[in-house]
Write a protein that binds this ligand. Structure first.
Ligand SMILES: [Zn+2]
Ligand SMILES: [Zn+2]
Length: 264
């Protein structure tokens, strides 16, 4: 199993993971006393890195890691049998490291962990990331009332992830939608979220045949892009993670044309 190759099986697996994440979120919501006040925050940087104490307690995170690992193991025979034992043996200090490393997207930390525990190189980071998302989504849900006042250039105002997805809503508003934490925030329709350029002549669009609901918006200035999904045409309210997966073909097109982070 390689998460870089998108197949029907991979989509199904991801949908299964999202169901597990919803259950984890319900469980931690009941236990986690989390209060985030706008007045305590610097509104020029994302919320997550400035929270005073960790919003991800080791015991709850460990439960999430085991839940995701067990689900993956049940779905795929290619995953090492030792996985469940390895994650069950994680000590509190290691769990704290996992949380920090997944927030910082520290690929090297997880590669070393994989090597030291004879696991596939992609597996620990993938599990760590999937297990932290319910916590990030919960943090995001506590910031809804003021997230529009957080002005961060080029990242999600809640978790700091680079934006890659936006919805076009009824009145033409452009709502950015983070697949990692599910935060939604409105942005000026004709400006680039990555570099702030608001000269509309600098934006152009690439559509894909047989896909009337989504297209790629590219910025000529920074050569980065986002995927725009016209929700007037899809009707259904879908999670950002699902929309992101369902539009992976657009990422392939954009990257083939040389747009996005890799082209910098
Ligand atoms: Zn986010
Ligand atoms: Zn730009």
């Amino acid at each position: 199993m390689n998460p870089n190759v998108v197949s029907e099986d991979y989509l199904l697996l991801q949908k299964g993971i999202m169901e597990e994440q919803s259950k984890i979120k319900e469980r931690i919501e009941a236990e986690l006393q989390l209060e985030i006040k706008k007045d305590d925050l610097n509104l020029d940087i994302p919320v997550l890195p400035q929270l005073p104490s960790t919003p991800v307690p080791a015991n709850l995170y460990k439960e999430a890691v085991i839940t995701i690992s067990t689900f993956l193991k049940d779905q795929s025979k290619e995953i090492e049998d030792s996985l469940i034992q390895v994650v069950s043996d994680l000590k509190d200090e290691q769990l704290v490291d996992w949380v920090k490393a997944s927030i910082k997207f520290d690929t090297e930390y997880f590669h070393n962990f994989a090597q030291n525990n004879a696991l596939a190189p992609w597996l620990p980071h993938f599990i760590a990331e999937q297990a932290i998302r319910p916590f990030l989504q919960l943090i995001s849900s506590k910031c809804v009332s003021f997230i529009q006042d957080v002005h961060v250039m080029g990242t999600c105002p809640c978790c700091g992830e680079p934006p890659r997805l936006a919805k076009l809503e009824n009145k033409g508003q452009k709502i950015l939608y983070c697949p990692r934490c599910e935060t939604q925030w409105e942005q000026k329709r004709l400006s680039c979220v990555h570099c702030g350029n608001d000269n509309h002549e600098n934006l152009f669009y690439i559509g894909v045949q047989e896909d009337e609901t989504s297209k790629i918006e590219v910025c000529k200035s920074c050569r980065n892009y986002i995927k725009l999904i016209d929700t007037k045409k899809t009707f259904l309210k879908k999670q950002a993670g699902l929309l992101d997966l369902e539009t992976l073909h657009l990422d392939f097109v954009a990257q083939e044309e040389g747009y996005g982070d890799e082209s910098h």
